[in-house]
Design a protein around this ligand. Structure first.
Ligand SMILES: Nc1nc2c(ncn2[C@@H]2O[C@H](COP(=O)(O)OP(=O)(O)OP(=O)(O)O)[C@@H](O)[C@H]2O)c(=O)[nH]1
Ligand SMILES: [Mg+2]
Length: 280
């Protein structure tokens, strides 16, 4: 069972509850490779009754067909969803229009009460490393928040007020104390939302292989010289051989090769892979 719940997350969760009272809109930033695994049941519950927008971010890293599939599934569940790449801004052109349509009712109500031009206050929430801060920086076209390719970069809430009719609250990524489904936990670890130090490298690499085997098996032959008869350890050994990862005695350095498999997965060398599979 994968569990990673450092002290700052418990604090973040409490302050999220408080801040929710101040916002009109919850923007949940999910990783398009694992939209369902990323959907934090806590944020989901806390956000109920609020206007909500879901961003399937890192769409550039996920399978294009699966991107369309997950967007449809989310929208069929009444969750307005955009596919975006927060790094380049792709897909974000529709953001303003989406917010406008989600907030239209409230705006009208405000107008009737004589409140006009009040900025929309939005909380940007989601699991660690999903790209919340990157999204904000892209939106305001300025590096106002710190980003980094590891979970737990943002440590406290930060309001960003840049005009544009919207005030954004950057929040630290939170996971839920118990990730009930084993599969979810491994998916989150694979996309880099869980601290790598709490999982065994070989186990996580095996999870990567499972996903690649199912969706893009050809790359395992191309990159590591793997064939269908090979189990995970054989593939690590083949990879170690090909990339000269040897221990002092000349044996294959399995752990190092497994680490490379994880890096390869994360740097798209094994393809654009969505780890949340279609629901049956
Ligand atoms: N390829 C790609 N990378 C992205 C995208 N969005 C964010 N990233 C990268 O993902 C990493 C995490 O981004 P952050 O914005 O720091 O994530 P966060 O959700 O704020 O993370 P925490 O503050 O730790 O919860 C960074 O290396 C970003 O450059 C995207 O759409 N595509
Ligand atoms: Mg952040």
């Amino acid at each position: 069972m994968i569990q990673w719940y450092p002290g700052h997350m418990e604090k973040a969760r409490r302050s999220m509850r408080e801040s929710l009272k101040l916002v009109d809109l919850v923007i949940e930033v999910l990783d398009a490779r694992a939209p369902l695994s990323c959907l934090n049941p806590e944020i989901d519950r806390m956000g109920e009754g609020k206007a909500r927008l879901f961003l399937l971010n890192k769409a550039d890293m996920a399978d294009p067909g699966m991107n369309r599939y997950w967007k449809e599934v989310f929208e069929a569940e009444g969750r307005p969803t955009l596919l975006i790449n927060a790094r380049t801004g792709e897909g974000m052109k529709e953001f303003d229009r989406a917010v406008e349509s989600i907030m239209a009712e409230r705006k009208e109500r405000n107008a009737r009460r004589g409140i006009i031009n009040r900025p929309v206050r939005a909380m940007v929430a989601g699991i660690p490393n999903s790209g919340k801060s990157t999204f904000i920086n892209r939106f305001v076209k300025k590096a106002v928040t710190k980003t980094g390719n590891r979970p737990g970069v943002t440590r406290g809430n930060q309001w960003i007020r840049m005009g544009k009719g919207m005030e954004l609250l950057d929040t630290p990524g939170i996971l839920w104390p118990k990730i009930e489904r084993e599969e979810c936990g491994w998916n989150l670890a694979l996309i880099g939302s869980v601290n790598d130090a709490i999982v065994q490298t070989e186990d996580l690499a095996s999870h990567a292989l499972k996903k690649v085997r199912a969706l893009n098996p050809g790359t395992l032959a191309e990159r590591y010289g793997a064939d269908k008869s090979m189990n995970d350890t054989d593939i690590f050994a083949a990879a170690a051989g090909r990339f000269s990862m040897l221990l002092p005695g000349g044996e294959a350095d399995i752990k190092r090769a497994a680490g490379m498999v994880i890096d390869d997965f994360r740097s798209l060398k094994l393809g654009r892979i969505t780890v949340d599979e279609k629901e049956t």
